[in-house]
Design a protein around this ligand. Structure first.
Ligand SMILES: Cc1cc2nc3c(=O)[nH]c(=O)nc-3n(C[C@H](O)[C@H](O)[C@H](O)COP(=O)(O)O)c2cc1C
Length: 352
């Protein structure tokens, strides 16, 4: 999965290319993107970028996978080896085995139909459903909204965003009282760029919420939080960090794809879920004590069911909560913001 990389996102001409970290062609294309982006997203720059990628690309039959050639590749290449291992390399046998797997999947669907109603993970988290309301900076920092999410059976997450110590105390001082013993999570963006990271971690250690959701990749706070009895949920953007988190003793990993609001990672939710499924097949012991939470693009019955079929123990949703009446009633969101969302078409957002 880490052998391909996206370029052209900033220019809105995304291309996925083969790159094991040492591709000279990839670096050149990236530099080109940066220089064109600096000049603004003009139609001219986008066209020039696309034609230069095309000029460097090589036909697969002529490719020797040299470092100076661009090789367009889908991320599913990461699953090619496991496909061959499970289904064989011959087309006929592979198709038959593949169809058998689909039949098995359909049988599994029956067993999954109540998985979010009667859920061991929900019982473990102390909620009715295994639904986590994802942190949303500047929105889900209202204790009353958290309380309403808990009333509805979910696990609320408070986003600490960029609050300083004084604001934390003023806005969230009443949180334990309002939640009254019901579980909740607090989200910290664990990046060096977050100027309030240490303030947030100190506040969390004092407050001792039942769960902390760590976003931003940096794993360093995990051990101490676990030692203090705070359960860590870690947002794992790729396989390497997922492994490190599991080795550090994290029991809840959130695999969040680039469909997620407020997050533009390298991989889709579907790709991350397949990565976990492959890893689980290969090294089940790695996941022995761990719950997998999928996030990104989950917002209705079909997408929640897809997540269950992909092995999710729980799901995290963000955007869907923006459409709730409670989020406006508790002043976490303005009615205008919500109206804009409810009116927006599928192409109403762009990646920037
Ligand atoms: C407006 C907005 C702000 C967000 N802010 C944060 C944040 O501060 N920290 C974080 O870890 N995730 C943040 N997220 C991601 C959500 O917690 C959640 O994982 C994501 O929305 C799930 O995908 P979905 O929007 O497709 O349901 C944000 C999402 C949105 C829509």
């Amino acid at each position: 999965m880490d052998s391909t990389d996206l370029v052209g996102l900033d220019l809105q001409v995304p291309c996925r290319l083969f790159n094991k970290g040492n591709s000279v062609a990839f670096k050149e294309i990236k530099t080109l993107e940066d220089s064109l982006y600096g000049a603004g997203i003009e139609e001219e720059s986008r066209r020039s970028f696309a034609s230069q990628v095309q000029a460097r690309a090589i036909h697969p039959l002529e490719s020797h996978f040299s470092q100076d050639k661009v090789i367009p590749l889908g991320v599913e290449t990461a699953f090619a080896a496991s496909f061959v291992e499970r289904f064989g390399a011959g087309t006929e046998a592979a198709v038959k085995a593949f169809l058998d797997e689909i039949r098995n999947g359909c049988r599994l669907a029956e067993a999954k139909k109540d998985c979010f109603v009667d859920s061991p993970v929900a019982r473990e988290m102390g909620t009715l459903y295994p639904f986590i309301q994802g942190a949303m900076s500047w929105i889900t920092d209202v204790p009353e909204f958290a309380s309403r999410v808990a009333d509805a059976g979910g696990l609320p997450t408070i986003a600490l965003g960029l609050m300083d110590a004084e604001t934390l105390d003023r806005r969230l001082g009443c949180l334990p009282e309002i939640m009254g013993g019901r579980p909740y999570a607090v989200n910290v963006v664990s990046l060096a760029e977050n100027p309030f990271r240490e303030t947030h971690l100190t506040w969390i250690k004092k407050q001792r919420p039942r769960f902390v959701v760590i976003a931003g990749g940096d794993l360093s706070p995990i051990r101490e939080l676990i030692e203090r009895g705070i359960e860590v949920m870690y947002i794992a953007p790729d396989e390497a960090l997922l492994r490190l988190a599991l080795e550090a003793g994290v029991r809840y990993v959130v695999c969040e794809g680039y469909e997620a609001g407020g997050h533009v990672g390298q991989h889709s939710t579907l790709t991350l879920a397949q990565m976990v499924l492959d890893l689980k097949r290969d090294q089940p012991s790695l996941f022995q004590n761990c719950r997998v939470i999928l996030a990104g693009g989950i917002f209705n019955r079909a997408t929640a069911f897809m997540a269950a079929m992909l092995g999710a123990d729980a799901i995290q949703m963000g955007t869907a909560y923006l459409a709730t009446q409670e989020i406006v009633e508790t002043d976490a969101l303005t009615a205008l913001y919500q109206r804009m969302i409810l009116k927006s078409p599928p192409w109403g957002t762009v990646v920037s």
